[in-house]
Design a protein around this ligand. Structure first.
Ligand SMILES: *[C@@H]1O[C@H](CO)[C@@H](O)[C@H](O)[C@H]1NC(C)=O
Ligand SMILES: *[C@@H]1O[C@H](CO)[C@@H](O)[C@H](O)[C@H]1NC(C)=O
Ligand SMILES: *[C@@H]1O[C@H](CO)[C@@H](O)[C@H](O)[C@H]1NC(C)=O
Ligand SMILES: CC(=O)N[C@H]1CO[C@H](CO)[C@@H](O)[C@@H]1O
Length: 476
């Protein structure tokens, strides 16, 4: 090892080009020069011509142009992040035909002239995030036939004109988040982005998604539209995205989910709609999402769940409906979901749980009904939940626990009933819960604990009866 090392050092000395002051950079000829944080105001002109990498991040460089780069024709990596370059003119990089990675982030750039990146046939990654770019002129990214990664986040772009991203045959990721985009022109992404897998448009000011916007993106897997101001999604907006797995529409201003909105998304696994203003979900809105595993509708203004709303979702595992205004249920609204494991209905206005509400949920493990207005639980409501382990009914208005309410829950481990108005627990109410470990009945109005109330709970580890009005505990 030591011998090899000595040989390498010897070679480095031999290979070192003559008369190279190296401007404080640490260089390996034919390889890389590392010159971050050196206070350079210009691109140094005294480094080995043979280098393939030049890292100049966090200097004070204001100008980059063709003559200044002409010396380093073998560069494959050029890092100019964190400088003070304001403008990239046409042909700046045309003497760097081998360039694969170009980083121009955090450099105060306001303008990129069309042609700036032309004649970079091998460029794979172009990083321009965190600048002050307001506009992308058509043709700016033309001829980047090998480009796979294009990062334009954290700029001030307002419009995506049609043609902007035409003809990027290898592009896999396009990041446009944290800009000020209000408008996406028709065809902006439509003309030949055959490899695009990820498109991030989050944290912008988009108000409408027109039909056809995401047409012709045969490989798109993830589409981020969260944190915009989307009010309207036109029919067909997401049509023809055969590979889409994740669609994030969180934190927008959507009020209605029309039927057909998510049609033709055969691979969709995750659909995020939390933090909108949805009051209505039309029947069939989620129809035919055969691969959907996770649907988040929490923090909306939904008042009613119509039956058949969640029909035909054979793979759905988690359904979040918390923090809505659901008062009414229709029998069967959340029934028949063979893979559902988690159902969160907390923080709603539900008053009655009718029998049949949770029918045919053979895999349900967690059911959250806390912070509602539940007064009545009809018998048999929880009767067909063979896998249920957690049942949260706390912070409701339950007055009586009838016998039979929790029958047939062979896996239940945790039952939360605290902060209700329970005065009565009927005999046998907890009689068939062989796996119950935790039972919280605190903050109720229980006065009597009848003998046999907690009989037959072989796994019970923790029972909370604090803050009640218990005056009598019967023997046994
Ligand atoms: C650039 O690379 C080529 C091919 O490896 C080599 O022949 C040429 O000498 C290099 N140019 C410089 C200036 O080092
Ligand atoms: C960025 O450019 C603006 C003018 O466009 C200038 O006022 C500001 O000082 C520059 N910031 C840096 C860090 O160079
Ligand atoms: C670059 O793209 C433009 C416009 O798409 C085209 O006219 C031109 O022929 C291309 N040049 C090269 C070298 O591919
Ligand atoms: C609270 C409430 O509206 N519950 C309803 C649930 O669904 C059944 C059947 O449609 C109604 O009878 C309940 O009134």
């Amino acid at each position: 090892m030591g011998g090899l090392r000595r040989l390498l050092i010897f070679l480095l000395v031999v290979l070192k080009e003559p008369n190279m002051p190296e401007a404080d950079c640490s260089c390996v000829p034919s390889s890389d020069c590392e010159c971050p944080d050196r206070g350079f105001t210009n691109i140094p002109q005294d480094l080995p011509r043979s280098i393939s990498g030049l890292e100049l991040r966090r200097n004070l460089i204001t100008t980059v142009n063709r003559p200044l780069l002409a010396r380093y024709i073998n560069l494959t990596n050029l890092g100019l992040s964190g400088n003070q370059i304001t403008k990239i003119t046409a042909d700046t990089f045309t003497y760097l035909p081998k360039l694969k990675q170009l980083d121009l982030s955090k450099s105060n750039i306001t303008e990129i002239q069309p042609g700036a990146f032309q004649k970079l046939p091998l460029l794979e990654s172009l990083t321009v995030h965190s600048n002050h770019i307001t506009m992308i002129q058509t043709g700016t990214f033309a001829n980047l036939s090998r480009c796979e990664f294009l990062y334009l986040s954290f700029n001030k772009i307002t419009i995506i004109s049609s043609g902007t991203f035409d003809n990027l045959p290898r592009l896999k990721r396009l990041h446009l988040c944290q800009n000020q985009i209000t408008e996406i022109q028709t065809g902006a992404f439509a003309n030949y982005l055959p490899q695009l897998e990820r498109l991030d448009l989050s944290s912008n000011k988009i108000t409408i998604i027109s039909s056809g916007t995401f047409e012709n993106l045969p490989k798109l897997q993830r589409l981020y539209l969260n944190k915009n101001q989307i009010k309207e999604i036109q029919t067909g907006a997401f049509a023809n995205l055969p590979q889409l797995e994740m669609l994030d529409l969180n934190s927008n201003k959507i009020t209605i989910i029309s039927s057909g909105t998510f049609e033709n998304l055969p691979k969709l696994q995750r659909l995020c709609l939390f933090g909108n203003q949805i009051t209505e979900i039309q029947t069939g809105a989620f129809a035919n999402l055969l691969q959907l595993e996770r649907l988040d509708l929490s923090y909306n203004k939904i008042t009613i769940i119509r039956s058949a709303t969640f029909e035909n979702l054979p793979k759905l595992q988690t359904l979040y409906l918390k923090n809505n205004q659901i008062t009414e249920n229709q029998t069967g609204a959340i029934a028949n979901l063979p893979q559902l494991e988690g159902l969160d209905l907390a923080y709603n206005q539900i008053t009655i749980i009718s029998s049949g509400t949770f029918e045919n949920l053979p895999k349900l493990q967690g059911l959250y009904l806390n912070k509602n207005q539940i007064k009545e639980i009809q018998t048999g409501v929880f009767a067909s939940l063979p896998q249920l382990e957690m049942l949260y009914l706390n912070s409701n208005k339950i007055t009586i626990i009838s016998s039979g309410t929790f029958d047939n829950l062979p896996r239940l481990k945790r039952l939360n009933l605290f902060q209700n108005q329970i005065t009565e627990i009927q005999t046998g109410a907890f009689a068939n819960l062989p796996q119950l470990e935790r039972l919280d009945l605190s903050s109720n109005k229980i006065t009597i604990i009848s003998s046999g109330t907690f009989e037959n709970l072989p796994k019970l580890q923790w029972l909370n009866l604090a803050q009640n009005q218990i005056t009598e505990i019967q023997a046994g």
